[in-house]
Write a protein that binds this ligand. Structure first.
Ligand code: ASP
Length: 353
């Protein structure tokens, strides 16, 4: 008689580097990326899961401070090539730029219906008190989890860190030393990790179409970010807006999207928008939203033609711009798509009545 034992979940681990796999350089005592074998040898418990776990490693693995759009394309290509061979994907990544990678992948992996779970750790996996072992094992379990219909529980790019699973394009690194290093200030957690993994099914992303999975490459990084601050000089602002070969700018404004009411600020911005620069307004606050027109101090932005970014994170705004500029769209199409959610990265823009 044939055995009816359930099929073992198939997970692909993609190791890019980061603290989780680092070791100390004996001469400088600084942490540096190390190979995948060292990492996995330190997690013998992973075999208890009885999953099929294969791996792909960046060569060499990197500190995530060196992450760039070419690396996002490499990760996306690995997911695309293996999409039908695995139930889920776990990306091991440094924490420093994890939220950027999660955001970029969320835009690049269109119509994703499988989990892409990104994790890492604050302490290397070889350390006695490491958080890496638990994060890795929990991420693999989440990547294998199914709902009551047998479909993947998570069908989006998400960050698993310590006690929470966050939507990738909503998360921000909020602490350089706390084990709960990530948070999404404007969107609830997708799961809470305690004794069990408690998924919040109402918060999980679900597609409402039958379109096939499609990976987009060719990000265009001709953008820049300007942080507003009291005392910002006109020359510095104008210089940043006129940086050669720049197509888009993310302005990180005050509070609900406010900016200086000086006429020079408006004039510089207006001229830049008239030259064809695409400018998006996001708030410097970790929580809350840009609300155009709530204060007179946001009028200049609106009147100059700046796109309000609702409650999008800076990480998602930057990668969304790079993504859209790389898709061969007209400026008008880019502007329209920046103003509305593509894959759960922002709430429907608030309008001030
Ligand atoms: N510098 C490290 C990285 O992002 C920090 C970490 O992984 O926590 O690669």
């Amino acid at each position: 008689m044939k055995s009816s034992s359930p099929r073992r979940p198939r997970i692909l681990l993609i190791y890019t580097g980061g603290t989780i796999g680092m070791i100390e350089n004996p001469e400088t005592e600084a942490l540096q990326p190390f190979d995948f074998d060292h990492l996995i040898d330190n997690v013998p418990k992973i075999k208890m899961l009885n999953y099929v776990i294969d791996n792909f490693s960046f060569n060499p693995p990197i500190d995530s401070s060196d992450m760039c759009p070419q690396h996002w394309e490499e990760i996306a290509r690995i997911v695309e090539t293996n999409y039908h061979l695995y139930d889920g994907f776990v990306v091991l990544h440094g924490t420093d730029t994890m939220a950027y990678t999660a955001s970029a992948l969320s835009f690049m992996l269109e119509n994703l219906r499988k989990p892409v779970i990104i994790t890492g750790s604050q302490l290397p996996i070889g350390e006695v008190r490491t958080d890496g072992e638990e994060n890795l094992i929990t991420a693999v379990q989440i990547a294998a989890a199914t709902d009551r219909h047998g479909s993947p529980m998570v069908q989006e790019v998400a960050i698993l860190f310590e006690n929470y699973l966050w939507r990738g394009n909503r998360a921000t690194k909020r602490s350089a030393d706390n084990f709960n290093a990530f948070k999404s200030h404007n969107y609830p957690e997708l799961a809470k990790i305690g004794l069990g993994i408690n998924f919040h099914e109402d918060s999980l992303y679900r597609l409402h179409n039958d379109e096939p999975f499609k990976v987009h490459y060719g990000l265009d990084n001709r953008i820049c970010v300007i942080d507003l601050y009291p005392g910002l000089r006109r020359e510095a602002f104008a210089h940043a807006l006129a940086a050669p070969d720049t197509k888009g700018v993310v302005i990180r404004s005050f509070g609900a999207g406010n900016a200086p009411t000086n006429p020079w600020f408006f004039n510089e911005l207006r001229q830049a928008c008239d030259r064809g620069l695409i400018v998006m307004n996001v708030t410097q606050c970790v929580g809350g939203s840009v609300v155009p027109g709530l204060y007179a101090a946001s009028d200049a932005m609106l009147a100059a033609g700046v796109i309000p970014g609702s409650d999008i994170t800076t990480e998602a705004a930057i990668t969304k711009m790079m993504f859209l500029f790389g898709q061969g769209l007209s400026d008008e199409e880019v502007r329209q798509r920046l103003a509305a959610p593509l894959c759960g990265e922002m709430s429907i823009p608030a309008r001030n009545a």
